[in-house]
Write a protein of this length. Structure first.
Length: 95
Protein backbone atom coordinates (compact mmCIF):
# COMPACT_ATOMS: atom_id res chain seq x y z
CA UNK A 1 0.00 0.00 0.00
CA UNK A 2 2.82 2.39 0.83
CA UNK A 3 4.43 1.95 -2.57
CA UNK A 4 1.13 2.69 -4.29
CA UNK A 5 0.81 5.92 -2.31
CA UNK A 6 4.40 6.77 -3.15
CA UNK A 7 3.73 6.42 -6.87
CA UNK A 8 0.62 8.61 -6.56
CA UNK A 9 2.75 11.25 -4.82
CA UNK A 10 5.51 11.03 -7.42
CA UNK A 11 3.00 11.57 -10.21
CA UNK A 12 1.49 14.54 -8.36
CA UNK A 13 4.98 15.98 -7.93
CA UNK A 14 5.84 15.54 -11.61
CA UNK A 15 2.53 17.13 -12.60
CA UNK A 16 3.23 20.07 -10.29
CA UNK A 17 6.82 20.83 -11.27
CA UNK A 18 7.28 19.15 -14.61
CA UNK A 19 9.24 16.06 -15.50
CA UNK A 20 12.26 16.37 -13.21
CA UNK A 21 13.08 12.68 -13.17
CA UNK A 22 16.69 12.23 -14.15
CA UNK A 23 19.14 9.42 -13.42
CA UNK A 24 20.48 11.49 -10.52
CA UNK A 25 17.08 12.46 -9.10
CA UNK A 26 15.01 9.30 -9.38
CA UNK A 27 16.28 7.62 -6.20
CA UNK A 28 15.97 10.66 -3.92
CA UNK A 29 12.53 11.42 -5.40
CA UNK A 30 11.26 7.91 -4.73
CA UNK A 31 12.84 7.83 -1.26
CA UNK A 32 11.11 11.07 -0.28
CA UNK A 33 7.80 9.83 -1.71
CA UNK A 34 8.08 6.57 0.24
CA UNK A 35 8.85 8.48 3.43
CA UNK A 36 5.82 10.70 2.99
CA UNK A 37 3.67 7.69 2.08
CA UNK A 38 4.77 5.90 5.28
CA UNK A 39 3.88 8.95 7.33
CA UNK A 40 0.50 9.12 5.60
CA UNK A 41 -0.40 5.43 5.67
CA UNK A 42 0.62 4.29 9.14
CA UNK A 43 -1.36 5.51 12.10
CA UNK A 44 1.70 5.87 14.28
CA UNK A 45 4.72 8.12 14.49
CA UNK A 46 7.07 7.67 11.56
CA UNK A 47 10.29 9.61 11.79
CA UNK A 48 12.54 10.82 9.03
CA UNK A 49 15.53 9.87 11.14
CA UNK A 50 14.46 6.21 11.11
CA UNK A 51 14.10 6.26 7.35
CA UNK A 52 17.43 8.01 6.93
CA UNK A 53 19.20 5.56 9.25
CA UNK A 54 17.77 2.64 7.29
CA UNK A 55 18.18 3.65 3.66
CA UNK A 56 19.90 6.99 3.13
CA UNK A 57 23.50 5.93 3.38
CA UNK A 58 26.22 8.54 3.12
CA UNK A 59 24.80 10.53 0.19
CA UNK A 60 21.74 11.94 1.97
CA UNK A 61 21.81 13.14 5.56
CA UNK A 62 18.80 13.84 7.77
CA UNK A 63 18.77 17.60 7.13
CA UNK A 64 18.81 17.12 3.36
CA UNK A 65 16.07 14.49 3.61
CA UNK A 66 13.86 16.78 5.69
CA UNK A 67 14.44 19.68 3.30
CA UNK A 68 13.60 17.44 0.33
CA UNK A 69 10.39 16.33 2.07
CA UNK A 70 9.40 19.94 2.71
CA UNK A 71 10.02 20.88 -0.93
CA UNK A 72 8.11 17.81 -2.12
CA UNK A 73 4.98 18.36 -0.02
CA UNK A 74 5.07 22.06 -0.83
CA UNK A 75 5.14 21.27 -4.54
CA UNK A 76 2.12 18.99 -4.25
CA UNK A 77 0.47 21.57 -1.98
CA UNK A 78 0.22 19.09 0.89
CA UNK A 79 -2.21 17.00 -1.17
CA UNK A 80 -1.40 13.72 0.58
CA UNK A 81 -4.93 12.33 0.81
CA UNK A 82 -5.56 9.61 -1.76
CA UNK A 83 -9.13 8.65 -2.50
CA UNK A 84 -10.18 5.04 -2.71
CA UNK A 85 -10.87 5.46 -6.43
CA UNK A 86 -7.36 6.76 -7.13
CA UNK A 87 -5.78 4.10 -4.93
CA UNK A 88 -7.62 1.31 -6.77
CA UNK A 89 -6.68 2.82 -10.14
CA UNK A 90 -2.98 2.75 -9.23
CA UNK A 91 -3.26 -0.66 -7.59
CA UNK A 92 -4.52 -2.28 -10.77
CA UNK A 93 -2.20 -0.28 -13.01
CA UNK A 94 0.80 -1.50 -11.02
CA UNK A 95 -0.42 -5.10 -10.73
Amino acid sequence: EVLILAFVFVERYINAVGNVVRPTTVRPLILVAIGIACKTWYDEATFSSDLCDTVCGSRLNLQRLMRAEAIFVGAIRWHVVVSRKVFIKYYFALS
